[in-house]
Write a protein of this length. Structure first.
Length: 246
């Protein structure tokens, strides 16, 4: 199955804590993880978070500014996000393709402004601010259940089929076959539900699979893997492993 490892914490910065927790069984068809990223004490300089593409949608809650919350996605190449010297985020990482809300509500990359949509995200952020990460999780579960009730989050049968056969998928044609769709149907479906064209979606899947230590499953050869990894992240695999803890 698809298990993205797209959170890269700089190994040189000890004062940043990253935590994650699995959702309850009832939500595992739509939620990958609940996440927390925070500073333990103020940093000497701005912290730059290296975000690898993972095709997921995030519900982001900025615990340092209760009005700052929203829905976000990453692009098909890595992004470096400047989080400043003090920060505290709680996130819901939704699986690719399950977000059915208005694409216009989704921010690409960083959430950095007050939320103005019609979801109760600011109120939820206020609740989260009074709790530690373990106690936050029932609130995050209730948030997802509310989104499901509104039809804004639903399981995606196309991506589920692709993830079920991810270890044998090496091309867009393989993805279309796994999803039992024509290439044109796959193009329309993935673009509508994930925001990615099939070739970009495949690039993201290959990159994430390489982080599990099996690049040969997704790349024709080692040189191809290194070239593709560097193009997507700006680093060779060796440089990336030395600088970041994924």
């Amino acid at each position: 199955m698809y298990d993205p490892k797209g959170n890269a914490k700089d190994r040189a910065v000890d004062a940043v804590a990253f935590s994650e927790a699995e959702p309850p069984a009832s939500l595992r068809g739509v939620v990958h993880r609940f996440l927390e990223l925070k500073t333990i004490h103020p940093l000497a300089e701005d912290y730059r978070f290296h975000a690898l593409p993972d095709a997921c949608t995030y519900i982001v809650f900025d615990q340092s500014a209760v009005q700052v919350t929203g829905v976000a996605k990453l692009r098909a190449s890595s992004e470096e996000l400047n989080l400043g010297r003090v920060f505290h985020y709680a996130n819901i990482r939704l699986l690719p393709g399950v977000w059915q809300g208005d694409p216009g509500q989704v921010t690409q990359g960083m959430i950095d402004r007050p939320y103005e949509g019609d979801l109760p995200l600011v109120g939820i952020n206020q609740q989260l601010g009074q709790l530690d990460f373990t106690a936050q999780q029932p609130v995050l579960v209730a948030c997802v259940e509310h989104l499901i009730e509104r039809g804004l989050v639903v399981p995606n049968p196309v991506t589920e089929k692709i993830f079920a056969q991810i270890d044998t998928i090496h091309s867009v044609a393989d993805m279309a076959e796994a999803a039992a769709l024509s290439p044109r149907q796959l193009q329309r479906t993935l673009k509508r539900t994930t925001g990615f064209a099939p070739h970009d979606f495949l690039k993201v899947l290959r990159l994430q699979q390489s982080l599990l230590g099996e690049p040969s499953l997704s790349y024709a050869d080692q040189s191809h893997f290194i070239h593709s990894f560097r193009k997507a992240t700006g680093y060779t695999p060796g440089q990336y492993a030395k600088k970041f803890d994924v």
